[in-house]
Write a protein that binds this ligand. Structure first.
Ligand code: ADP
Ligand code: MG
Length: 281
């Protein structure tokens, strides 16, 4: 925490574009979010709040609306109905939000280095037309250190493994000094070691009081590794502890017949979606 605050001090002069924060308000408040694509409804009436430092996993089957929800919160997609407030304000232009999209939605052949991408996190803070200053580079190097990628800073992004790609994006969000990170399927396609590395970084973020919203399609990981989960299937079927939310009734409502329900000591536990991921490798 101390190191992070130190860096924040060195960059306070860069923070003029920050939206005013009402510290009494939740960091995120979603009210009645609905979105209809031409193909039909993707999200209906989703209402919830996050307080600073919360870590919530959003789970649900393929097509449940997880990515759609994250894009609305990030201000990338306007909802058909409802509102998002970040510290009591509309999300647009909020540089304290970092949105880390699914890796499959990125052009990995683009010829830039890891450090270039992490520096892109500074653009919102420093403006498009100013060259990075020493303080910006300090933040970039610090962010790379947090995710254990200092030695890869000059590597082209086309040469990264899946786990390294994910860690690079987390570094970019750190360099941005994001207070709310939206990570869409950060574990999908990663091997066990890379998944553990992401969890290590998530724990680090919790210590820094960064609020994190993660989407997952692996229910077992959500149940074992997160204190708070939301079950989404177009509508929000529940939010709270995994035990309270991932009940057989809720899971059946979300997944229908696509689910393995396995009996455990404290009731049935769903082991996962029989579908694959979202077209990831
Ligand atoms: P998830 O991330 O949970 O898999 P998505 O938010 O990607 O779900 O998708 C929710 C629903 O919206 C799905 O039925 C999907 O086919 C549809 N959808 C997603 N993006 C678009 C789009 N750009 N245009 C039309 N339909 C879309
Ligand atoms: Mg998705």
């Amino acid at each position: 925490m101390a190191l992070f605050q130190e860096f924040q001090k060195t960059t306070q002069h860069l923070s003029k574009q920050r939206q005013p924060h009402d510290d009494e308000s939740p960091i995120l408040s979603a009210e009645g979010l609905s979105l209809r694509y031409e193909s039909g409804a993707a999200l209906e009436g989703v209402t919830f709040e996050l307080r600073a430092g919360d870590r919530l996993a959003v789970v649900g089957p393929n097509g449940a609306g997880k990515s759609t929800l994250f894009k609305i919160i990030a201000g990338v997609l306007p909802p058909t109905e409802g509102h998002v407030y970040i510290f009591g304000n509309a999300p647009r232009g909020h540089i304290c939000i970092a949105y880390i999209s699914q890796r499959s939605q990125v052009d990995w052949s683009f010829p830039v280095t890891v450090a270039d991408v992490v520096m892109m996190g500074r653009v919102g803070q420093m403006g498009l037309f100013r060259n990075p200053k020493a303080g910006d580079w300090d933040l970039v190097h610090w962010a790379l250190e947090v995710v254990g990628m200092t030695h890869l800073s000059k590597r082209q992004i086309s040469q990264l493994s899946g786990g390294q790609q994910q860690r690079m994006f987390i570094a970019r969000a750190l360099a941005q000094e994001a207070e709310l990170m939206l990570m869409d399927e950060p574990l999908t396609g990663l091997d066990i070691n890379s998944q553990e590395e992401v969890f290590r970084i998530l724990d680090d973020l919790k210590e820094r009081h960064v609020t994190v919203l993660v989407s997952l399609h692996d229910l077992k990981i959500a149940a074992q590794r997160f204190d708070q989960v939301m079950l989404l299937s177009q509508r929000m079927l529940g939010i709270g502890t995994p035990g309270g939310v991932l009940t057989p009734e809720n899971l059946l409502a979300a997944y229908g017949g696509h689910l393995h329900l396995v009996p455990t000591e404290n009731g049935a536990l769903a082991l996962g979606d029989t579908c694959c991921g979202d077209g990831e490798e």
